[in-house]
Design a protein around this ligand. Structure first.
Ligand SMILES: Cc1ncc(COP(=O)(O)O)c(C=O)c1O
Length: 474
């Protein structure tokens, strides 16, 4: 075997170069390539014969070169990104120490770290008798919230299944994340029994429409059991008014879940805590540090107000080969998880939180909110840019208004595509009631105003080029 020290040193050189390149303005965000071109560029085939380390290092270089640089300051595309060094170190060490979180015995330090993080997070939700568990993504936190709700309200559902329950219905806003639809499918609720409730023009669920939908469901003989509110919608960054939803959930004896997968981390900031008014009376809360806390994917937590519900809903009794009754077994996290093997996602978050402290994270989050306002002002002051909805949090939705009277949806789609292909900036789009909207996401705390300016310069340059091309064609 080749000297592992040499291999590691070379790998760390590659990593170092990659991290340096993220701050280089000439560095492209991506090397745009359609699948056929990429297949011919990269040797994907796995063969009978092996490959030495020096060739593997080349593959690593190529992989990094051809992958999207989500740590780049022009990556404004999705709800994750940025480079969080302490968390990255945690990610390396997690793989190095390679263990599973199910028992304290095989993951003693990581178990206590996970417990400390859950305690810390619950100091923000004010779930004073709460608990929580790490899960594999925001979608799965919503799924497990729904399972927990069902098994808590209808304990016979766990053993006997949905066939022994009345027709249950769940309620989310029409702007909620699609993971609720997947959850409705996965737990056997049926996607038709997930009711999508109208929102106001800020994208927040209308509590009156919710009450009407619940009443209509009751009139059909169904049993409404779950309300999924959103703290930070995927497209508009809207926060449902939890304080308004709490009395609705109580009146109908329903579980109230708040999906803070995207916006949840803002709960740490005293400036934005008001967005979460009522959270302490919700039954569960999704919080995804791999989004607004810039922890490398995956890092997601489901918090619950009542500490007993996770174990009650998720444990199984055929586990004696793994869970033994010994001195540390009350620390085993596996029984309150749906998984058997469970990756250590706590170390990277714990290291980052230890490094930045609450104060560091609050400053990062406040900075991003201020940048969202800055980006909004750039749009408002530009004669050819138009806001597509009011900026409420960290999603800035806008579009370019073409001079020629071209259809704005198609035109902005073209600009966005051409920008992505150029590798200069990466931004995504969504469909709002008033049309296709470019959704600028502010989540990389290393961003400065100059990066925002650069993004708009890039966007406007593409727009101009496309406009000029269409004039020449005519
Ligand atoms: C509001 C909301 N909930 C849930 C999710 C799903 O999170 P994940 O991608 O971690 O599964 C997202 C993802 O963007 C989201 O925006």
């Amino acid at each position: 075997m080749e000297d592992h020290r040499k291999v590691l040193a070379e790998t760390f050189d590659i990593i170092q170069e990659y991290i340096d390149s993220l701050n280089n303005p000439a560095q492209k965000v991506n090397e745009f390539m359609l699948p056929e071109a990429l297949k011919s560029r990269f040797d994907f085939e796995l063969r009978a014969n092996g490959t030495p380390y020096n060739a593997l290092l080349d593959f690593i270089r190529q992989y990094l070169h051809l992958s999207v640089k989500t740590g780049s300051k022009q990556y404004l595309n999705q709800l994750f990104g940025g480079l969080n060094l302490p968390a990255l170190l945690g990610e390396f060490i997690t793989s190095l120490s390679n263990t599973s979180m199910y028992t304290y015995e095989v993951a003693p330090v990581a178990t206590l770290m996970e417990m400390e993080i859950v305690r810390k997070m619950n100091s923000f939700t004010r779930f004073t008798h709460g608990d929580g568990t790490f899960l594999t993504g925001g979608s799965n936190t919503n799924l497990v919230a729904m399972i927990t709700a069902r098994n808590h309200l209808f304990p016979e559902g766990k053993e006997k299944g949905m066939a022994h329950l009345p027709t249950l219905t769940a309620f989310v806003s029409e702007r909620s994340h699609f993971s609720f639809t997947k959850a409705a499918n996965a737990i056997g609720l049926g996607t038709q029994n997930l009711k999508k409730v109208a929102v106001d023009n800020h994208g927040k669920i209308c509590s009156r429409a919710l009450t009407e939908a619940i009443e209509a469901s009751l009139n059909r003989g169904e049993v409404p059991f779950f309300i999924g509110a959103t703290c930070g919608t995927t497209e508009m960054g809207a926060f449902d008014n939890l304080a308004e939803l709490v009395p609705v959930a109580r009146r109908y004896n329903m579980w109230l879940h708040a999906d803070g997968s995207w916006g949840g981390s803002a709960i740490m900031s005293p400036n934005w805590r008001h967005l979460f008014n009522g959270i302490e009376q919700c039954d569960s809360f999704s919080w995804n540090p791999h989004k607004l806390m810039n922890i490398p994917l995956i890092c997601s937590v489901l918090l619950v107000k009542d500490a007993s519900v996770l174990r009650e809903a998720l444990s199984s009794d055929d586990t004696s080969y793994i869970y033994h009754n010994d001195d540390s077994s009350q620390y085993d996290l596996g029984p309150k998880s749906l998984q058997c093997g469970k990756r250590v996602d706590s170390l990277k978050l714990w290291l980052a939180w230890k490094y930045f402290g609450d104060e560091g994270y609050v400053a990062r989050i406040n900075h991003l909110f201020a940048l969202a306002q800055y980006a909004t002002s750039v749009i408002e002051q530009h004669p050819r840019l138009e806001l597509m909805c009011p900026t409420q949090t960290l999603n800035v939705n806008f579009r370019y208004v073409p001079a020629s009277g071209d259809e704005a949806d198609k035109f902005n789609h073209k600009i966005r595509q051409s920008l992505v292909e150029s590798g200069k900036s990466m931004v995504n789009y969504c469909h709002l009631p008033n049309g296709l909207s470019i959704r600028l996401i502010l989540l990389n705390p290393d961003l400065e105003k100059s990066d925002i300016d650069r993004f708009f310069r890039n966007y406007l340059t593409e727009a101009k080029m496309i406009e000029e091309k269409s004039v020449t064609k005519v």
